[in-house]
Design a protein around this ligand. Structure first.
Ligand code: PEP
Length: 267
């Protein structure tokens, strides 16, 4: 009897923990959309997703953040940035700081996107510094990790992911890690139309959750929101979201049109 009660309590605990991870659908607009385009998109998206219980994030270009925040007021849509500098201010021509994002109403920021790593030489050490600053400034970080095509083919991908997690999350305590959203974005799947199968995506999300459990404990691992990114389209979303450890998605190309993004939100 006692044993039965314990099992029921355990199941309730698992459900409560799982429920805390509200599904998250995040769009990354990259270098697309002016302020008027962003506003028009948000009004239409808000109408098309009025009944959703899911969290919706849109990472807008810096110039459109303020207008997007204004358009998203009173909706379920949160607006964030796609990058930030690792210092709060200074002589860094062309850069944007966490404080500026916050002042314009951003609530989250993408850090370590593979396009930043590949085209702008961002390293795990730099991303780690940005992560600490984002947390300090109360911006929710979406930390992107993922392996290149040849790293998957050679079988080295778990080593790469382990290194990215270790170097980006070093020195963060459990309370900090539980606030980080981790996006697994295999680089071979980004913008290529080659989505990871739900089984591959689930296996890596499980690997990440296990990694966090080992480094920061089970509570932290159960709380942390893990999302998948890489050519997510309306027809593949349901099978990805059915996976136990996938709490949401980060969407590039398909977040640019209201129709496809609303279909992903309403899957
Ligand atoms: C991305 O840029 O984070 C992304 C996942 O892009 P896409 O959906 O176009 O592959």
């Amino acid at each position: 009897m006692n044993r039965q009660v314990t099992m029921i309590q355990l199941l309730e605990l698992i459900c409560i923990r799982h429920m805390r991870r509200i599904p998250l659908i995040a769009g990354n607009w990259k270098m697309y959309k002016t302020t008027p385009e962003a506003k028009e998109f948000i009004v239409a998206l808000s109408d098309a997703t009025a009944s959703t219980q899911r969290r919706i994030f849109l990472a807008a270009p810096f110039t459109a953040i303020e207008g997007a925040v204004e358009a998203a007021k009173g909706t379920k849509i949160s607006i964030g940035g796609q990058n930030m500098h690792d210092q709060l201010e200074g002589a860094y021509t062309g850069e944007i700081s966490a404080r500026m994002l916050k002042a314009n109403g951003a609530s989250f920021v993408i850090l370590g996107h593979s396009e930043r790593r590949q085209y702008f030489g961002e390293t795990n050490a730099l991303i780690h510094r940005k992560l600490l600053l984002a947390l300090k400034e109360e911006l929710t970080p979406i930390l992107c990790i993922g392996e290149l095509a040849h790293e998957r083919e050679s079988g080295d991908y778990l080593k790469i992911l382990n290194l990215q997690l270790k170097e980006c999350l070093q020195s963060l305590n459990a309370a900090q890690v539980s606030q980080v959203i981790i996006a697994y974005e295999p680089v071979w799947a980004i913008g290529t139309g080659k989505t990871a199968t739900p089984e591959i995506a689930q296996a890596i999300h499980r690997f990440i959750r296990n990694w966090i459990e080992e480094s920061h404990g089970i509570d932290c691992a159960e709380q942390v929101c893990l999302i998948y990114g890489g050519s997510v389209k309306p027809d593949g979303i349901a099978s990805l979201m059915q996976q136990t450890d996938i709490d949401g998605v980060l969407v590039g190309g398909a977040s640019l049109e209201v129709k496809s993004f609303a279909q992903i939100v309403n899957y």
